[in-house]
Ligand binder design. Structure first.
Ligand code: ADP
Length: 160
């Protein structure tokens, strides 16, 4: 059976930290679905379709990576797509505590879906989407924090 993992997240925007996790996980899984969470209640900077397009560019030559969006429970999305693994990245102890609670609740909701964590490489641990957004909003150059395929100047975010 094909090993399919879902990498859920906001990816607002997708960073080199996210890219690093996906690339390493490709050694473990046959297919990775990067699933952009479309939470109507959450105010985002880049609209979902823009985030999907950015991520699609990064993996345009990697057929084993799919890009999608979803609403509702991550485990329900996994079951609908025959994915038995949820992929998440860990940077810090704070990430661990946050992820632990989500993963344990997800396990209670769907016993067949396993959460798998990758520790980020040290160079990527300070990178997070909210800092990247702050740099962009303030007119700075955030290009070194996002994959080279994402040309930030081609996209416009929405002010909060
Ligand atoms: P969410 O809102 O679901 O936390 P994010 O886009 O912030 O969405 O993060 C998605 C996943 O990627 C999370 O597991 C997060 O810990 C991980 N992640 C975020 N930034 C990095 C990074 N620099 N290195 C490794 N993993 C990261």
């Amino acid at each position: 059976m094909k090993k399919i993992a879902v990498f859920p997240g906001s990816f607002d925007p997708f960073t080199i930290g996210h890219e690093g996790i996906v690339k390493r996980a490709l050694n473990l899984f046959d297919e990775i679905i990067i699933a952009v969470g479309a939470n109507a209640l959450k105010k985002n900077y880049y609209p979902v379709h823009v985030r999907k397009e950015m991520i699609g560019r990064v993996f345009q030559d990697e057929p084993r990576v799919k890009v999608d969006h979803y609403e509702g429970l991550t485990v329900d999305y996994c079951i609908r797509h025959n994915a038995r693994y949820i992929l998440r990245g860990l940077r810090t102890a704070a990430d661990f505590e946050f992820e632990r609670a989500i993963a344990q609740v997800n396990k209670a909701l769907a016993a067949d879906v396993e959460s798998v964590f990758f520790l980020t490489i040290p160079e990527h641990s300070p990178i997070n989407s909210s800092i990247v957004r702050d740099i962009i909003r303030s007119g700075g150059d955030a290009s070194r924090f996002v994959p080279a395929a994402i040309k930030l100047k081609d996209y416009k975010g929405e002010e909060e």
